[in-house]
Ligand binder design. Structure first.
Ligand code: ADP
Length: 282
């Protein structure tokens, strides 16, 4: 894998120059969540410019939201990236950066990277879950990323949770996003963001973090029932936070043995979506 990659999430936008499957240089800026498509393009271009992008180089672009088979980009949760309607992402990236551009969902990219070079090595039926601003994921079955023409496959943040009790920006009720995401933790904890909830450790914050972990454990059991998973890796800044995975494991212990899928931390950390943005789908 050789070239440049961009990862545009709900909180941060990162870009990197990659050679021989390794990140040589990485830059990051906060994502302006309310920005228009054109401003997001400019923000990505500014990072690539600073990395010394040269016309014609390989470029992998991973974004939060749904990316369909034609490379159109749409926010599924209206509260994340409200400026993104139905945007011609692939077309515009190719117009600016040349024809060697691929675009995909950020969690799908991270899933590919973890499956091929990280926590999923050796697993045949594998899922990756990211607990970050929102909840994302991806499923790899016998080496192939589960994909769909509408780009929705793997969007596990919009699965409804038995613990869910609010309306989601997707329009669905009680989804994982309004129950377990970084944004949900902050809302329940009454903190500015999830990071603060982990730092303050107030009673409310603990309850919010525990609810998130419990919902993720249920989701792991559900996905195991559907796909027969033999491993799940957890990533994202919340998923990687100290103590979070062990909370999920504690809740998973309550499931019958058949549904207690082995859990592991994502091993590529914050870089998985960048590394996976350039990988072939298998
Ligand atoms: P993105 O959603 O842009 O992909 P992240 O994976 O970094 O970005 O997720 C952002 C979420 O993670 C925010 O809710 C933020 O508050 C939270 N977060 C960031 N750092 C930490 C940390 N050290 N511990 C717990 N939560 C964190």
């Amino acid at each position: 894998v050789e070239g440049f990659a961009v990862d545009l999430g709900g909180t941060k936008t990162a870009a990197a120059r990659i050679a021989a499957g390794r990140i040589e240089e990485r830059l990051q800026t906060p994502t302006d969540g309310d920005a228009s498509f054109w401003s997001q393009l400019d923000a990505m271009a500014a990072l690539l410019d600073r990395l010394g992008f040269e016309a014609g180089a390989n470029l992998g672009v991973a974004v939060a939201g749904r990316v369909d088979g034609a490379g159109r980009w749409q926010a599924v949760n209206a509260h994340t990236l409200p400026g993104i309607g139905e945007e011609p992402l692939l077309e515009q990236m190719r117009a600016r950066f040349g024809s060697n551009v691929v675009v995909r969902n950020d969690a799908a990219a991270a899933t590919l990277a973890e499956a091929l070079m990280g926590a999923g090595i050796g697993a045949d039926h594998f899922a990756y879950l990211t607990v970050s601003t929102g909840i994302g994921g991806g499923v790899v079955l016998s080496g192939r990323l589960l994909n769909s023409r509408n780009g929705l496959a793997g969007h596990v943040g919009f699965v409804s949770s038995p613990l869910g009790e609010a309306r989601c920006g997707s329009g669905r009720y009680g989804t994982m996003e309004v129950t377990a995401s970084g944004r949900a933790i902050a809302a329940f904890a009454g903190t500015r963001d999830a990071k603060e909830a982990f730092e303050t450790r107030t009673q409310k914050a603990q309850v919010a973090i525990d609810r998130s972990a419990a919902a993720i454990a249920r989701l792991c059991g559900d996905l195991t029932a559907i796909f027969g998973l033999d491993r799940v890796a957890i990533g994202g800044s919340v998923g990687l936070a100290k103590g979070y995975l062990s909370r999920v494991e504690m809740h998973l212990e309550r499931e019958p043995p058949l549904f207690r899928v082995p859990l592991t931390l994502a091993t590529l950390g914050q870089d998985s979506a960048l590394l996976g943005a350039l990988l072939p789908e298998g």
